[in-house]
Design a protein around this ligand. Structure first.
Ligand code: PMT
Length: 402
């Protein structure tokens, strides 16, 4: 890493109470050497493991420990730490601090700062391996990840508590690398990215609807990744069970027609549109005011009416925008995806064969191919939806730069 790597960046280093707290000193030294302005926030129990004097000396700034002192503190004045930060890095992060943030508890300076910030937050957990595997911890970890918080996975090894397992804080050098990588990727700064995600629901009567298995995970991963790269992100989402990601402007819709209206309203301001939503092609022609009665017949006809094709319409009024669609196919993946790419006037389409294990609806992974308007095809191995989102955005950045 060049010594100027973090020049101009303000990092809040949160240190919580674990035996690995001593490694925070080396990490702090690397961050300062990298050119960052670093303010350390220690929890009360962190102070049992390492002194604030050590961290104050290494950072060249006063170390913050108390919620209420900070408000009065002259050097900081009214500018809160939360607003100043480009990154909040918590290393080591205990199960306790992660549990608090995941559950909205802000009862000390560190948790308050994390809850109040719009900056990226990177946790480097370190704990006993049983705590790491505890379902309560796993839930908290997964919740924060889905909200766009970042994690560096702990290593497997001998732990201070005498156990062997996963839970060891990675080397400061490794944490430093992750922090700089997170701060470095600002390649969508100044861009507005419109993302659609999730299914639509097409009402049949007041208690029934037609829909599909989309969970929204793919689209939400794209929205979070774009936000992390500095974009303003507008997320138009169908009904899903995912929390609204931090720092993303979310518009909730239910039906394809609502999604159509929301997307058309927002499209004008977008530089890049990524349509991961699984939009219903048809809706019931008639939606009754009352629950449909089954009657005596063994069969029932439901007449369907075509929904607007949002992506096709965007393609007709594309302007200088970059337009990326998804294609969920069950057969002849490339043929059908290419037809959609061409007929909808897209720059790129992300094709997934949703019959493949590890691909498509609901899971945490996907297996995709990128088909470009110039005929190029890139095949990716099975990846997490977050990884797919990153590679997709790498492509989008190239398209935007053209
Ligand atoms: O949400 P997950 O559970 O994570 O699952 C991810 C996914 C499988 C939903 C996603 O990877 C995906 O493939 N999304 C597109 C699904 C789809 O509806 O594909 P399609 O081939 O029917 O549509 C092609 C493109 O046109 C899509 O970008 C779609 O958003 C768009 N479309 C389709 C119909 C319509 N009326 N309007 C549209 O804009």
């Amino acid at each position: 890493m060049g010594s100027e790597m973090l020049q101009g960046k303000c990092i809040i280093l949160g240190v919580t109470g674990g035996i690995a707290a001593y490694k925070a000193a080396e990490l702090l030294r690397l961050l300062v050497k990298g050119g960052a302005e670093v303010h350390v926030v220690m929890t009360r129990s962190a102070q049992e493991f390492i002194t604030s004097l050590t961290l104050q000396t290494l950072s060249g700034n006063p170390v913050h420990t108390e919620l209420f002192n900070l408000i009065q503190e002259h050097e900081i004045g009214h500018i809160s730490l939360a607003d100043r930060a480009d990154l909040i890095l918590v290393a080591p992060a205990t199960a306790n601090v992660i549990g608090k943030v995941a559950n909205g508890i802000a009862d000390d300076l560190l948790t308050t700062t994390i809850m109040a910030t719009r900056a990226r937050v990177l946790f480097a957990p370190a704990m006993n391996s049983n705590m790491w595997g505890n379902p309560i911890y796993r839930d908290n970890h997964a919740k924060l990840k889905s909200l766009g918080y970042h994690f560096i996975e702990p290593l497997y090894g001998d732990l201070a508590c005498g156990w062997q397992g996963q839970g060891k804080l990675p080397d400061p050098q490794q944490i430093f690398k992750s922090a700089t990588a997170l701060l470095g990727s600002n390649d969508l700064a100044g861009k507005t990215v419109l993302v659609t995600a999730g299914p639509t629901r097409e009402e049949l009567d007041p208690v029934r609807f037609l829909s599909n298995y989309s969970s929204g995970k793919m689209g939400y991963a794209v929205a979070c990744a774009a936000r992390n790269r500095g974009a303003r992100v507008i997320l138009v989402s169908g009904p899903v069970n995912l929390p609204v990601p931090k720092g993303v402007e979310a518009i909730q819709v239910v039906s394809a027609q609502e999604m159509y209206r929301a997307v058309m309203e927002q499209a004008e301001q977008a530089d890049l549109i990524i349509k991961a939503a699984a939009v219903a092609d048809f809706r019931p022609l008639v939606c009754g005011d009352q629950k449909v009665k089954k009657g005596d017949s063994d069969t029932m006809m439901v007449e369907l009416q075509r929904n607007p094709d949002i992506l096709a319409e965007l393609g007709q009024h594309k302007g200088s925008r970059i337009l990326i669609g998804f294609a969920a196919e069950t057969q002849e993946l490339l043929k059908h995806a290419r037809e959609k790419l061409e007929s909808k006037n897209l720059d790129m389409i992300v094709a997934n064969d949703v019959t493949q294990e590890g691909a498509g609806f609901d899971g945490d992974t996907n297996i995709v191919r990128f088909l470009m308007a110039d005929g190029n095809v890139q095949e990716l191995p099975q990846m997490t939806k977050q990884e797919v989102a990153e590679v997709l955005l790498d492509k989008a950045v190239v398209l935007l730069d053209r």
